[in-house]
Design a protein around this ligand. Structure first.
Ligand SMILES: C[S@@+](CC[C@H](N)C(=O)[O-])C[C@H]1O[C@@H](n2cnc3c(N)ncnc32)[C@H](O)[C@@H]1O
Length: 191
């Protein structure tokens, strides 16, 4: 689902980039992120800053997708050296089964009404043994953000318990899970 205007603005802000660079990426690396020579897909890449950070870990290939044309237009303008496409995660038919070594999500599933379908697609495109690094807020924190900042998240049943249950049901393995005040970070593998 498209972001509200306040959240869209917040996602372009310096504090957002600061958090992604100095807190979230180092945490993913401590949880085992290794992109050297890997085919990487970033889900909900927004305006592209994640591409800049992930490329520093020397992947073989990188592609970022986002459902918002406005985000992809910004990403293509700011980071023309990377590949971005307008694409919803619920149908990744563009990507063959078992074609990606690593999928990365910086806070996106809680924006997708049919987030289970999105996770099913991510599991499909991951290679056996591949990794999913994801971070999402808890359901309760999403409600607090909406009350204070009026970010207008979709009304879904997304929550970390439901996410854990769905990952497990798909046969994915939660290798590491780290709670932080705003986001919970995961390293999940396919087998
Ligand atoms: C909270 S923003 C995070 C953006 C960026 N990953 C970051 O950390 O700054 C969520 C992003 O998910 C995108 N999004 C929402 N629904 C989506 C979907 N179904 N498929 C792909 N991207 C989606 C939004 O357009 C937005 O750019």
């Amino acid at each position: 689902m498209k972001l509200s205007t306040p959240e869209f603005r917040a996602m372009q802000s310096l504090p957002r980039k600061w958090g992604q660079c100095y807190f979230e990426m180092p945490m993913f690396q401590r949880m085992g992120m290794n992109l050297q020579n890997k085919d990487v897909l970033e889900i909900g890449c927004g305006s592209g800053y994640g591409a800049q950070l992930l490329s520093q870990l020397h992947p073989k290939s990188y592609i970022g997708l986002d459902v918002m044309e406005e985000q992809i237009a910004l990403a293509q303008t700011q980071y023309p050296q990377f590949q971005f496409i307008v694409q919803g995660t619920e149908d990744l038919g563009h990507f063959p089964t078992a074609s990606k070594d690593v999928v990365v999500i910086f806070g996106v599933l809680h924006h997708i009404p049919n987030w289970r379908k999105a996770v099913n697609e991510i599991a499909r495109v991951l290679k056996p043994g591949g990794s999913l690094f994801l971070e999402e807020p808890r359901g309760v924190d999403i409600k607090v953000f909406d009350a204070f900042f009026r970010w207008g998240h979709p009304d879904t049943d997304f929550g970390l318990k439901a996410l854990d249950a769905h990952l497990t049901q798909l046969g994915l393995i939660i290798r590491a899970k780290q709670w932080t005040p705003l986001l919970t970070m995961y390293h999940v593998t396919k087998g």
